[in-house]
Design a protein around this ligand. Structure first.
Ligand SMILES: C[S@@+](CC[C@H](N)C(=O)[O-])C[C@H]1O[C@@H](n2cnc3c(N)ncnc32)[C@H](O)[C@@H]1O
Length: 375
């Protein structure tokens, strides 16, 4: 069967809005919503004139038990900052799309009911409704994504729209953050088919070298590697296990502040590993010793070792170096602060003051640069 047929059948068979959202869908929606909560005020407080949010696969608004889906959650987050929106005068344009007509009618009605209930939100934003195929709509409204600070949600079924074309288009923008949803384990089933390869050049042999549970991480590694070495776009995975399938979020952004916010959310939602809704590295049993009396290290312990080696090797680093190093390894800045403070207690490093100030607010425009020295 061709992948396209499979996709079509799947999208008919499983309509997530016709049932209660399952735990995995909620895990995804919570992260989508958390990111809107972090993203919206950043641009409002920086007094941008106009910002755009795109929900390209919006569904019908709620699940069968009236639990809000992505478009309503985005409206709720806009409402949270309504006072600031009016104070700073930022124009917010919210683009919502759903290509199935009956779902689109429900979607528009759900958003309108919300906007009638909260007329201040209606006054604060401009909502553009579309009932279009993503493939057509994307090309048409791409100029807005390129022109304005944009937050783009691509909550597709399956993998169909994860193609090089869209990644390249998003990469060619300066201030776009995006959250893709992708059924990564489909790559193992269909990744070698011509249809798939036409969209994304997936290296099946490379993927099979790692355990199946790492397929989403592996996909992101492949995607990152497919970008040019000088690309500023950074991609981060969040794996979501559902039964035997591995799905996941791909977060993409160029700006370190955006990456910082996403990683903070990811580690808050998944305190064990920061990139999965399950114990992907089997850390629950990590305290058990192996036959040689050793135990494996947790992801955070491995990070602590790497950060210590980084400072030791360089002898002198700044809070900005540590911040960038931490983000590049997919860790939250709080982890780095803990490690550096601990190293100071052990008299292995020294820095002035009580805090190493590993935080965007200190390093932006080199406002408060702290030197951290290996003793
Ligand atoms: C995973 S659901 C999105 C759920 C939604 N984000 C929510 O929170 O309820 C994917 C949606 O995309 C729609 N869809 C599928 N193919 C599409 C396409 N080519 N263009 C636009 N929408 C599409 C489906 O009808 C479905 O409602």
């Amino acid at each position: 069967m061709l992948v396209t047929d499979n996709q079509r059948i799947m999208s008919k068979k499983k309509d997530i809005n016709k049932r209660p959202f399952d735990e995995e869908t909620l895990a995804k929606l919570d992260i989508f919503e958390d990111y809107a909560e972090a993203w919206i005020p950043t641009f409002i407080m920086a007094r941008y004139d106009e910002i755009h949010i795109f929900d390209f696969f919006a569904g019908s608004g709620y699940d069968s038990k009236n639990v809000p889906g992505s478009p309503i959650r985005i409206l709720q987050q806009i409402r949270k900052f309504i006072r600031h929106i009016f104070e700073k005068g930022t124009k917010i344009v919210f683009h919502v799309n759903e290509y199935e007509e009956d779902k689109f009618i429900e979607l528009r009605s759900a958003c309108e009911v919300y906007l009638n209930e909260y007329p201040e939100v209606r006054r604060a934003i401009s909502v553009k409704y579309y009932c279009r195929d993503f493939a057509e709509l994307f090309d048409e409204i791409y100029p807005f994504i390129k022109k304005f600070p944009s937050l783009v949600y691509l909550d597709q079924y399956g993998v169909k729209f994860l193609s090089q074309k869209y990644i390249t288009a998003l990469e060619n923008t300066d201030t776009t953050d995006f959250l893709y949803f992708v059924s990564s384990s489909h790559f193992l089933r269909f990744g070698n088919t011509q249809e798939f390869q036409r969209h994304f050049n997936f290296d099946m042999d490379y993927a099979k070298k790692e355990p199946y549970k790492y397929i989403h991480r592996n996909l992101i590694k492949q995607m990152q590697a497919s970008l040019s070495e000088t690309s500023m776009l950074k991609l981060y995975p969040f794996s979501i296990k559902k039964g035997n399938n591995i799905h996941g979020i791909i977060f993409g952004a160029k700006n370190i502040r955006a990456i910082d916010k996403f990683l903070e959310i990811a580690w808050r939602r998944a305190p064990l590993n920061g990139d999965a809704n399950f114990d992907i590295d089997e850390e629950a049993t990590i305290h058990q010793l192996d036959i040689f009396g050793n135990r494996r290290l947790t992801k955070k312990e491995v990070f602590a070792q790497k950060l210590e080696a980084f400072v030791k090797e360089r002898k002198k680093v700044t809070n900005k170096d540590v911040f960038n190093f931490t983000l590049s390894l997919g860790h939250a800045r709080q982890h780095a602060s803990e490690v550096i403070i601990n190293l100071k207690k052990q008299q292995q490093v020294d820095f002035a003051g009580r805090s190493p100030k590993i935080d965007f607010k200190y390093i932006k425009q080199d406002l408060d640069i702290v030197e951290i020295k290996w003793i």
